[in-house]
Design a binder for this molecule. Structure first.
Ligand code: FE2
Ligand code: FE2
Length: 304
């Protein structure tokens, strides 16, 4: 039984499904990030978890810091790991540049393009849902920015609305962070971006960079920040002592409905899981009338 065909509630099925992954920080060779984090193994665990979902996403979006040092070997390894999975899932891959990336190597390694310093931007039509990849990286720096040319380009793209609206994908989130180190590296020219987003058909902004999952509003639009596959920021600590840890990795499963968009945080863990619910259980519920379903699953037996 196809989960998308089952409707037990008031909402019709989502129109589009997107897998949102961030901050893979791959390195060339068999090198651990900071001598500590096995970013290759952690990416493999994430990719396996994505395949285990058994969903056919409309796109897999990687919101930047694809590699840690912009090495050609790291882009080759990333491509080699991700493309077979995307092919099996029948989903296009959207590569977004981050501050740890190098545009020329990214272009050559992932896009089969000329190794130029031009911003890595793109527009995808996901069956009427438009996805626009912005490039907030600044060559030679770790903070984010959008220059006049890229803002003008975005304004031009958004001047024509898309049937299902638009999602922006950008590495540096246009949001504050309670962790002081991130505000040094924040995205510049946010007011100018807000002016463009406000009034356009933008329905959501997918971002990364923070290595922890968070969300907030920007210019009337929800910004959803996916954590990282490589290591995550241990925000269980006081803000000034937040550092990376080899735990808490996750990605987001984004469902685009007619009137809303949900961003489910999917933990990449190997945890003991119960097996109360399965296809058989769903089929049993599907065979009931709505009133019978409430009786079977909503009624508290002790209160009869
Ligand atoms: Fe990062
Ligand atoms: Fe970053």
């Amino acid at each position: 039984m196809d989960a998308a065909a089952v409707r037990f509630g008031m909402y019709p099925a989502p129109r589009r499904t997107i897998v949102h992954v961030s901050d893979t920080h791959l390195l060339g060779g068999d090198v651990r990030l900071g001598g500590r984090f096995d970013t290759t193994a952690n990416l493999q665990r994430t990719l396996a978890a994505i395949e285990d979902l058994a969903v056919q996403p409309d796109a897999i979006v990687f919101t930047g810091d694809l590699t840690d040092l912009g090495e050609a070997a790291a882009y080759a390894a990333l491509k080699g790991a991700v493309e077979p999975v995307a092919e099996r899932l029948g989903a296009p891959v959207v590569w977004v540049a981050g501050n740890h990336d190098e545009r020329p190597a990214l272009r050559a390694g992932l896009l089969d393009g000329a190794p130029t310093e031009d911003p890595v931007t793109g527009v995808w039509d996901l069956g009427g849902l438009r996805l626009v990849a912005l490039d907030s990286s600044v060559p030679g720096w770790h903070h984010g920015d959008l220059d006049d040319a890229q803002l003008a380009w975005l304004r031009g793209i958004l001047s024509t609305p898309a049937p299902l609206g638009t999602l922006l994908a950008i590495h540096h989130p246009p949001l504050p962070s309670h962790v002081p180190l991130f505000d040094i590296l924040e995205l510049r020219h946010q007011r100018e971006l807000a002016e463009i987003v406000r009034g356009a058909d933008v329905r959501g902004i997918l971002a990364g960079h923070l290595h922890y999952s968070t969300h907030g509003m920007f210019a009337g639009v929800e910004v959803s920040v996916a954590a990282a596959t490589c290591y995550t920021m241990n925000i269980a600590r006081p803000p000034m002592r937040v550092n990376g840890m080899d735990a808490g990795q996750s990605f987001h499963l984004v469902h685009v409905y007619d009137d809303t968009i949900t961003h489910a945080v999917v933990p990449v863990v190997d945890a003991e899981t119960s097996d109360v619910f399965d296809e058989k259980w769903v089929a049993r519920m599907a065979a009931l009338t709505p009133a019978e379903r409430l009786e079977a699953f909503s009624r508290k037996p002790g209160r009869r």
